[in-house]
Design a binder for this molecule. Sequence first.
Ligand SMILES: [Zn+2]
Length: 307
Amino acid sequence: MRIGIDLGGTSVAAGLVDDAYKVLFRTSGKTAGCKTEHELFVVINKCVYDLLEKSGVSIDDIKSIGIGCPGSTDAVRGVVNVADNLPLLNTPVVKILNDEFKKPVLIDNDANCAAWGEYKTGIAKYHENMVMITIGTGIGGGIIINGKLIPGKENHAGEIGHMVVDIHGKRCACGRIGCWETIASTRALIDKVKSETEHVPFTILGNVVSENNGIVNGKTLFTAMKRGCKISKSIFSDYIELLAVGVMNIIEIFRPDMIVLGGGISREGDTLINPLREYIGETSTRIETSSLDDNAGIIGAALLHLK
Ligand SMILES: [Zn+2]
């Protein structure tokens, strides 16, 4: 058995993964609010200890620990160079976890782990050329060609959220103008819903927001659409166009067997994927949503030794 850890800016999840690549137990902890590296590792370590306790498995029976980290992750040196929203700066993550648990530790970028999980045991199984697109606050990517994750220099390949699609667009967190994630991330969609409801509050969409105490999240638009909100449908159809721009570019560059969309929004399933497929039209690349959902990153991290 192995442990996979999926580290994010708001939470961390750990899972016990068996030899059939199934997650037997899961635990999680909150990383939002961790101000120092020390605080962060207290949360991560507790998550792993909770997992061992919950499952009744001894650390002696764990073969290795894998961790997927956001930001710039150096898989060779075992270091996170820098991560947005987490107190990690040239942090030797592998060494810290190895000192704590005395087990082999492997690390990679979170989107690479999600891609690896989907490829080894999810919807992209047997699809040796696949691209995983993780849609959240930003857009991450993991690229698998001929069954191998493409690391690129310093493990920086696959930053598909930062491909520039609109040179007259908005400034991205990375400093450039018009990156794909400024228009097609869940955050971009949420911002659009917020500005729409501020300008035109008395709509079905506005009602959904008020019912949720003014909070807009990734589900708001979909809830309003289900109630027949025309404005929401129009926002969504614009969003599909913006999402399709990047997906079409990825298809043309890699011509993968499959593109898998992950992140919270992928749980909308056919509601998301069917209009996207329709917009893109005839293509030999299959476009699917994640089949492992939250567990893709955990499984991929636990299976990094198979890379
Ligand atoms: Zn950018």
